[in-house]
Design a protein around this ligand. Structure first.
Ligand code: ADP
Ligand code: MG
Length: 566
């Protein structure tokens, strides 16, 4: 069985394909979304998902969140005395999802299709693949998230032909893509996006408003208090889904601070953020030569499309109501499972032919000849244009610039700028050429973008026929298989607590947080019920523990409600 995984910045989700179509696999807490959060305690127990998120309020310094943005980079995340990069953290999430899927399906799961933002570059895609491998998966396919969402939607479509715009606003990224469906062919026409725009930014606005309104000195806040404010801002933001007025309730230096905000004021404060939504939409339309009015359907994907001010903005922009026939939280995961089914030629799937495009222009650095034979370096020469259908292969011939030049350097660039220095260098390659007069020696540089938008480069010296071929290695993170194995051994001291304990841990972390947030009588109550639950845990009797857990949860809910009313 191949499963589909939406490895999100904020939430991840896993699906599989059945004779009734794609279905979400619930996690060990019975939920369809698993927060992409990792925490590690002082005994090297590793927590993932909701439990890690609940734990983060108290153990802020040993929790990592929003690390997907840093996939493929060298950023180091400190969790207590442990240090990890974004791939390693992602691999913990994937491992957890793998366990849940195997438990649910009752079989080993070895292979997965993992989704990435369309706008992820080569390095980030490779890092995602590596994270999957570290979690024990074979990762044959990386699929772009909007493409996955569109298949989830397109497959259940009645219409034979449609131009679809997928609008995916998640926690940290914004992706737009335009797809065309005709007969059974689903063709991605263009992708665009912003890797630095998402729900987190909308939460930050509330944090800023709160801090400003209450004249708090941001610098004076420790990271734990900031995280508490952030948590309240998140709740406040979600509150707008049910009401025009929402509120935050924070405890700062033992003082309770209430803050109410009206949706119109919030909308005004978010004006600049909302405006940022426009650019990728414009670009995807111009890349496909389409006008807004030619789009048949707009599909909303991602948790942030639940924010009423975002919906309003989208409605106004498109002059109509978007399609919400599939759950915006589940579309990507379901689509990844459909892709998995297509890949394994599942008998229950109707054949869909899918074509995808590459998100960025790939090229190389060249010199330009200016007036008076003056040579100027540092220009970008595009080889594969963005939004070319993949797989794609293009060749560009380059010539020597100087007499007796013995080497040519190929700087492999990704980006849209006319100047090399403004684009991202994915790596470089040198080839030797026979000595000759300038312009007499030439090389053919061939770029191949594979089905996963991963690049391969081949260089041929035309006079000698010599070839240099190199799969571009992640420049920042050039780990060999042996290095990965060694690293896995290094971190094998980490333990995932048994699945059965998850619900207990979740409640215990919640009670710890509530204890920190309360004073006086409520604290005494909490102390009493925590001790009671802990002694039930000591009995190791599963039935007793389950009963005690039910009661513990009701008691916590009660205290929570009681606190809110004060
Ligand atoms: P990602 O794809 O980045 O993992 P999701 O699609 O799960 O993210 O979206 C997560 C974002 O959605 C978070 O920023 C969260 O605050 C936001 N979100 C979820 N539910 C709501 C809601 N009801 N109202 C506003 N924002 C929401
Ligand atoms: Mg997402």
């Amino acid at each position: 069985m191949i499963i589909g995984i939406d490895l999100g910045t904020t939430n991840s989700s896993v699906s599989y394909f059945t004779e009734d179509g794609a279905k979400i696999i619930p996690n060990r807490l019975g939920k369809s979304l698993t927060p992409s959060v990792v925490g590690i305690d002082e005994n090297s127990n590793i927590y993932v998902g909701e439990t890690a998120l609940e734990r983060s309020a108290v153990y802020y310094d040993s929790t990592a969140q929003v690390f997907k943005r840093d996939m493929g980079s060298q950023k180091v995340f400190k969790l207590g005395k442990n240090e990890f990069n974004a791939e390693e953290l992602s691999s913990f999430i994937l491992k957890y999802l793998k366990e849940d899927a195997e438990h649910f399906l009752g079989e080993k799961v070895e292979e997965a299709v993992i989704s990435v933002p369309a706008y992820f570059n080569d390095e980030q895609r490779k890092a995602t693949k590596k994270a999957g491998e570290m979690a024990g998966f074979k990762v044959e396919r990386i699929i772009s998230e909007p493409t996955a969402a569109a298949i989830a939607y397109g497959l259940y479509q009645k219409k034979a032909d449609a131009k679809i715009l997928v609008f995916d606003l998640g926690g940290g990224t914004f992706d737009v893509s335009i797809l065309e469906l005709f007969n059974n062919i689903l063709e991605v026409r263009a992708v665009a996006g912003d890797n630095y725009l998402g729900g987190e930014d909308f939460t930050q606005i509330l944090v800023e408003l709160f801090i400003k309104k209450n004249k708090i000195d941001r610098e004076s806040l420790d990271s734990k208090t900031l995280s508490h404010i952030l948590d309240q801002a998140e709740k406040c933001k979600r509150g707008f889904s049910d009401s025009k007025i929402s509120s935050m309730n924070c405890i700062i230096n033992d003082e309770r601070i209430e803050f109410q905000i009206d949706i119109d004021d919030y909308e005004e404060a978010c004006e600049l953020l909302l405006e940022k939504i426009r650019n990728p939409i414009k670009r995807s339309l111009s890349d496909t030569n389409l006008r807004l009015s030619q789009i048949d359907d707009v599909i909303l994907v991602g948790g942030s499309t639940k924010l009423p001010i975002v919906r309003k903005f989208v409605n106004k922009l498109f002059g109509r109501f978007p399609n919400t026939s599939i759950n915006p939280d589940e579309a990507v995961s379901l689509g990844a499972a459909i892709q998995a089914a297509l890949k394994e030629r599942n008998q229950y799937i109707k054949e869909v032919i899918l074509t995808d495009v590459c998100p960025y222009t790939l090229g190389t650095e060249v010199v330009m000849e200016r007036e008076n034979n003056r040579i100027e370096a540092g220009y970008f020469c595009p080889i594969i244009d963005r939004n070319t259908v993949i797989p794609a292969s293009r060749t560009q011939t380059l010539y020597t610039v100087y007499d007796n030049q013995s080497k040519i350097r190929i700087n492999i660039l990704q980006g849209e700028s006319r100047f090399a220095k403004n684009n991202i260098s994915l790596g470089e390659l040198f080839v030797e050429v026979p000595l000759a007069l300038a312009g007499e020696e030439s090389i053919d540089v061939t770029y191949t973008y594979d089905i996963n938008s991963i690049l391969e480069v081949e260089v041929k010296v035309n006079s000698t026929g010599n070839k240099v071929k190199q799969i571009i290695k992640n420049k920042n993170n050039d780990m060999t298989d042996e290095m990965i194995e060694k690293r896995m051994e290094e971190i094998s001291y980490l333990k995932i607590p048994p699945r059965e304990q998850e619900k207990n841990k979740l409640l215990l972390f919640r009670s710890e947080r509530m204890y920190e947030e309360s004073v006086g009588e409520a604290r005494k109550q909490l102390d009493y019920i925590i001790t009671k639950f802990e002694s039930a845990l000591k009995t190791q009797d599963p039935i007793k523990i389950e009963n005690a857990r039910e009661i513990f949860k009701e008691e916590l809910d009660y205290i929570d409600e009681d606190q809110k009313l004060r």
